[in-house]
Design a protein around this ligand. Structure first.
Ligand SMILES: Cc1cc2nc3c(=O)[nH]c(=O)nc-3n(C[C@H](O)[C@H](O)[C@H](O)COP(=O)(O)O)c2cc1C
Length: 332
């Protein structure tokens, strides 16, 4: 039986499959099940900046419509944050009691505002690490790329200075120089980067003429984006890499490890197939390793990263120039 342990954020994981932040990880009991079925670590459901702000607005409107006194504002702000935070800290404490695998807390934010305080509390509650999910949709015409990048850097620096536990950053690929940005973030004394976040996306119902959701879950076809960037950035960053989005089976996990990931994060595949599906994924990785005669993950991790290729352009080819030549049509 091959050894499936891996190191991520300086933590030892029994398998390279991390259950990503989602409703799958919002209760200690669910987390215990995930561990039983083979999860290497879990990232807890995020505590959301947006959620707290929305709740705050709602409570304000209910309790004092039309009145906006500074004292009240302060009071409500404090109350909502404390309730949300207490619930979250309890989730960390309860999960830590129930499982041996690393429990990574998650904050979803788009400003540096007060997250440093939350981060400290999360550390005190016993989280093994903290993942910051930062997402700024670059849709404001007047906002420069530089300005957005600075916001990322500010959030990370301010949280980093407050805590001692390892910090990971889950990011999107909406950057004008993605490789440069990934490298810059990795130099901020963080322990890991998660490539990439998957955003909630819109679709249009052409019959009802309405904006609808494009679907919450990813598919296996979403894998190549993170696969390309894990391969390009492996050994070029000063931190660990976790691959996220489109990992739907053991084969996809093996591909990401070959590209250079320390671990993969999985969410949609477990929503679709249940937590027991982790066992199938772990077995598929293990069977592949046995077949290829690898006894541990480090025997093959990064073997197909871009920096180890004779033809590094393979990961950078973006145009379909020759795809529809007769020869390619036959192959397709
Ligand atoms: C129902 C659902 C809830 C999610 N909640 C969170 C969350 O709270 N925080 C977060 O960082 N990501 C959240 N995500 C995103 C996932 O962690 C993950 O990045 C995304 O689903 C891509 O991985 P996948 O292809 O394995 O699904 C959620 C995803 C789903 C489907």
């Amino acid at each position: 039986m091959p050894d499936l342990t891996t190191t991520y954020l300086g933590l030892k994981l029994p398998t390279p499959i991390i259950v990503g932040s989602s409703g799958l990880t919002d209760k200690a009991e669910k987390i215990a099940q995930l561990e039983k079925h083979g999860a290497g670590a879990v990232v807890l459901k995020s505590i959301f900046e947006e959620e707290i702000l929305m709740e705050y607005e709602q409570l304000l409107n209910e309790e004092m419509p039309g009145r906006y006194k500074d004292d009240y504002l302060d009071y409500f702000d404090y109350r909502i944050k404390e309730v949300n935070l207490d619930n979250y800290l309890n989730l960390i404490i309860e999960s830590r009691k129930k499982v041996k695998i690393p429990v990574i807390a998650s904050i979803n934010c788009s400003t540096a505002h007060e997250w440093t305080y939350f981060a400290r509390k999360i550390q005190e509650a016993g989280a093994d690490a903290l993942e910051l999910n930062i997402f700024i949709l670059p849709s404001v015409l007047a906002q420069s790329a530089e300005n957005i990048e600075h916001t990322y850097l500010d959030i990370i620096r301010s949280v980093r200075n407050e805590i001692k536990i390892p910090l990971a950053v889950k990011m999107s690929y909406y950057f004008s120089n993605l490789a440069g940005m990934i490298a810059e973030l990795s130099q901020l004394n963080i322990a890991g980067l998660v490539l990439f976040n998957r955003s909630y996306s819109p679709d249009i119902d052409i019959e009802k003429l309405e904006i609808i959701s494009a679907g919450v879950f990813s598919s296996s076809k979403d894998l190549p984006v993170s696969l390309r960037w894990i391969a390009i950035m492996a050994n070029r960053v000063k931190c660990d890499l976790a691959a996220s989005t489109g990992v739907h089976d053991g084969k996809a996990a093996v591909k990401q490890l070959l590209a250079g990931a320390n671990a993969v994060q999985v969410v949609s595949a477990l929503y679709e197939n249940g937590p027991e599906y982790l066992e199938t994924m772990v077995k598929d990785i293990s069977d592949w390793m046995t077949r290829k005669k690898y006894s541990k993950i480090d025997d093959f991790r990064g073997m197909l990263s871009q920096d180890r290729q004779v033809n590094p352009a393979l990961f950078e080819r973006v145009q379909f120039m020759k795809y529809f030549s007769d020869r390619d049509k036959q192959k397709a």
